[in-house]
Ligand binder design. Structure first.
Ligand code: AMP
Length: 294
């Protein structure tokens, strides 16, 4: 199946307008390109749940806190277009930076609170760049449904909150993380890993899994779990940016004793550096139900 391709906002509106008028649902998958099987899963999920599927490919300069990361970010439009078509996209919108940001913008979208910790603390301005571009893309595409990966759990929570606070009539659909057989979460940045770094990289998933398993088996203290699980990250070449538990709704750090029979899951999340490459991942940890003594 072939997908329409446009680099202009008008082109996207011209394509989607008649579908919207006809009452069709529009599923939207925003990406920065260098598409892999994780993105493909998002597009396929959108295909299964929407009448029309739009994918955007835009390496958003506003969300990069390091110029070198922006410059090195893989750009491969022809290969990406093939993935989009194969996964069932109807429209691929790949604007230039000049199309998205003509002149000096004076409007930015910023979610507070949820952005205080973890990636928000270590990448100043990153989430403001994300929410600003996602709000603009929502305004351009006008989706009914928007599909985001759980790999970027904090981003997902922030975009959900923005959608709610700004009353965008859009349903957010989370999509589970797609992984390599050894557990490494797929990421456009994985191609930058050297062979040795790639061998070490699954330690993040192993650490998250250890935290998950300790919580499930009835651990009573967050700090002890983190300490035990972080052992997996103690390897030459790994620099830990953060590895912790968060409240999956507020993204406040959670530490200390765990209330017995707590109903609320914890999110174990981590960011590590391998050389020049930063990897993030997370796992939701649900507590084991203890038999009631009543
Ligand atoms: P990006 O191109 O990195 O901005 O990611 C675009 C979308 O793909 C975001 O919603 C990501 O959360 C999602 N995504 C990235 N990697 C994965 C993965 N391994 N599994 C599922 N979704 C992913």
């Amino acid at each position: 199946m072939s997908a329409a391709f446009t680099g202009t906002i008008q082109g996207a509106r011209d394509f989607l307008g008649p579908h919207r008028t006809a009452g069709r649902t529009i599923g939207f998958v925003p990406t920065m390109g260098a598409l892999h099987a994780g993105h493909r899963r998002l597009i396929e999920t959108a295909r299964a749940q929407s009448d029309v599927v739009a994918v955007s490919i835009f390496v958003n300069p506003l969300q990069f806190d390091r110029a070198a990361d922006f410059e090195r970010y893989a750009r491969q439009i022809p290969a990406d277009l093939a993935v989009c078509e194969d996964a069932g996209a109807d429209l691929v919108f790949a604007p230039s930076a000049a199309e998205m940001y003509p002149g000096q913008a004076q409007t930015f979208v910023e979610v507070i609170g949820l952005t205080d910790h973890f990636c928000g603390a270590s990448r100043p301005g990153h989430f403001r760049g994300v929410t600003t571009v996602v709000a603009k893309l929502f305004g351009i595409i006008g989706p009914t449904l928007a599909f985001f990966g759980e790999k970027d759990a904090q981003q997902l929570a922030i975009v959900k909150r923005m959608t709610r606070d700004l009353n965008f009539p859009i349903t957010m659909v989370p999509v589970p993380t797609v992984r390599e057989p050894d557990g490494l979460a797929l990421s456009s940045r994985n191609v930058r890993l050297t062979a040795e770094e790639r061998r070490v990289a699954p330690c993040l998933y192993r650490a998250l899994t250890r935290a998950h398993d300790l919580i499930q088996s009835g651990a009573v203290d967050c700090d002890e779990v983190i300490q035990a699980a972080a052992f997996e990250l103690d390897r030459p070449g790994v620099r830990v940016e953060y590895f912790a538990f968060a409240d999956p709704e507020t993204f406040e750090p959670v530490a200390g004793p765990i209330a017995p029979n707590s109903e609320k899951p914890l999110l174990a999340l981590g960011a590590i550096w391998l050389g020049e490459t930063r990897l993030i991942d997370n796992r939701l940890c649900r507590f084991r139900k203890l038999p009631s003594s009543a």
